[in-house]
Design a protein. Structure first.
Length: 194
């Protein structure tokens, strides 16, 4: 890895911590430059703007977060168990992050400009998570006479339960929303009708 790539990655790593703990809007470029111990010119060699750094941060966060989720599922057999494990992962992650919540949703809330390029990264992240839940739910219902569209719809509902539990756990600083959502997930998975 080149020194330039290493410095770029270092800036992303430092910004990641600051953006996640303080918020994207509350973190200034000067603070990132100072924390990284770099010259202003070095920052701008790697990133033309704070928004460009935000895109790099969210893209990196997307890969890291998905790797965390996938790692938590590697030892789990069966789609039903994997769906439940996603909610256990969420519960554990929320507690470990002190209920700071979703970096993607937090950033989206701070970025009202629909043309902001970070929104595309957030949408991509959420779309892939939605597709993950749809895939696992379709696998769960594969042996049951249920239309593929109904299985996909159930997966979309489970995704919404996951996202709702994430937001409300951050709001209440507690994991009871995850438990409540998981109860509903089990009801969906135990249903045999469309």
């Amino acid at each position: 890895m080149s020194i330039a790539a290493t410095k770029r990655d270092e800036i992303i790593e430092i910004a990641s911590e600051l953006f996640y703990t303080q918020g994207f809007g509350a973190t200034g470029i000067k603070q990132i430059i100072d924390a990284a111990g770099i010259a202003k010119g070095t920052f701008y060699t790697h990133f033309a703007s704070k928004e460009q750094l935000g895109v790099a941060w969210l893209t990196n966060r997307h890969h890291v977060w998905n790797a965390w989720l996938e790692t938590s599922l590697t030892t789990i057999d069966g789609s039903t168990n994997k769906l439940s494990a996603c909610f256990q992962f969420l519960k554990d992650w929320l507690q470990e992050s002190n209920f700071r919540g979703c970096a993607f949703l937090n950033t989206m809330a701070e970025t009202p400009d629909c043309e902001n390029s970070m929104r595309a990264v957030v949408t991509q992240h959420k779309q892939q998570l939605l597709e993950k839940f749809q895939q696992l739910t379709s696998e769960h219902f594969s042996g049951i006479p249920l239309s593929p569209d109904s299985a996909i719809q159930h997966g979309s509902t489970i995704y919404l339960l996951f996202e709702g539990a994430l937001v409300e756990s951050q709001n209440f600083q507690d994991t009871w929303p995850v438990d409540a959502a998981l109860t509903q997930v089990h009801q969906i998975l135990n249903s045999k009708a469309a």
